[in-house]
Design a protein around this ligand. Structure first.
Ligand code: AMP
Length: 285
């Protein structure tokens, strides 16, 4: 596995592969890798000739009172895990390499679908995401890029950006990988204490119940949201940020879920830790 710390090292490696006509698969991450990231890497390995993994905690997508400084980092462990999965090139730049003049004067803004869900609680977050992903696409020039549906709104935003700005890349959305008890794997799960960790299972449980209710015929979005709210509030440490049911990937509000592909998404805080989870359900008439 080759490691590139600078833009020059990255460009040299990418140009070599492009000259050889290799298909490049790209997995952008913030590191502290777990099996969720691993699943994207494995898929990228299966579908491309050369896999690039980036590990970069992007300051531009964190708000002033968020966890940028304390976001978990373990490069040595990530490097070994990436190597064990067959990553060809690991790109791990410093902030000054990516943003020589921080913050960047140029930003990418995707409007319309970034003001709601996580965008409402985290103003500027998706500008930060779209900007770093656009920069990384220009640097890595991938044929395919892999994103987890754990961050379903991010998938919608990146797909929109790629379409609107004509990036020559195929976006591959990948399923959510979960712990045995259902909690969606996340680098931020290490923040949870024992009691918070136990109670956090309610997120996936409530989404599972919501999906089951829809499969039994429920089509009223308000009633589903209310059921989820009650389940989550049964856990004393849970503080709800949002529970939303929207069309996917257009992220439009709906009352009736008839004939739609819907995203049921939630964000809940346990202590200082904000967790997100979702399920996508395809509903017939
Ligand atoms: P992050 O390092 O949290 O920015 O995530 C990097 C990529 O991994 C994003 O595309 C995430 O959606 C994806 N990812 C994170 N957690 C999971 C998970 N539990 N299952 C699938 N993909 C995930």
């Amino acid at each position: 596995m080759r490691i590139a710390l600078t833009l020059t090292e990255l460009r040299t490696a990418i140009n070599e592969q492009k000259r050889l006509g290799k298909k490049i698969g790209f997995v952008p991450t913030m590191g502290y890798l777990h099996e969720g990231h691993g699943s994207l890497i494995t898929r990228a390995k299966a579908e491309n000739d050369y896999v690039v993994l980036s590990i970069f905690v992007n300051p531009l997508q964190f708000g002033p009172n968020e966890d940028y400084e304390r976001y978990p980092r373990d490069f040595a462990k990530d490097r070994d895990y990436a190597e064990s999965l067959g990553v060809d090139l690991l790109f791990h730049p410093e902030v000054r390499e990516i943003y020589p003049n921080y913050p960047s004067l140029t930003k990418v803004t995707v409007s319309g679908i970034t003001e709601l869900l996580c965008g409402a609680s985290r103003p500027g977050h998706f500008d930060g995401v779209a900007t770093i992903v656009a920069k990384l696409f220009n640097l890595v020039m991938p044929d395919r890029a892999y994103f987890g549906l754990k961050d379903a709104q991010q998938v919608a935003v990146i797909q929109q950006m790629v379409k609107d700005l004509n990036f020559p890349v195929e976006i591959v959305p990948c399923p959510i990988i979960r712990e045995e008890d259902g909690l969606a794997k996340s680098s931020r799960n290490v923040y949870l204490n024992n009691e918070e960790r136990k109670q956090a299972v309610i997120l996936s449980q409530s989404l599972k119940k919501a999906k089951a209710e829809i499969e039994r015929g429920e089509r009223n979005a308000g009633r589903i949201k209310e059921m989820i709210r009650e389940m989550i509030l049964s856990q004393p440490l849970a503080v709800i940020d949002y529970i939303e049911i929207l069309t996917f990937p257009s992220l439009e509000k709906i009352d009736s879920m008839e004939n739609k592909t819907v995203l049921i998404a939630l964000a809940v805080k346990f202590g200082q830790t904000r967790l997100i989870d979702n399920v996508i359900v395809e509903i017939g008439g």
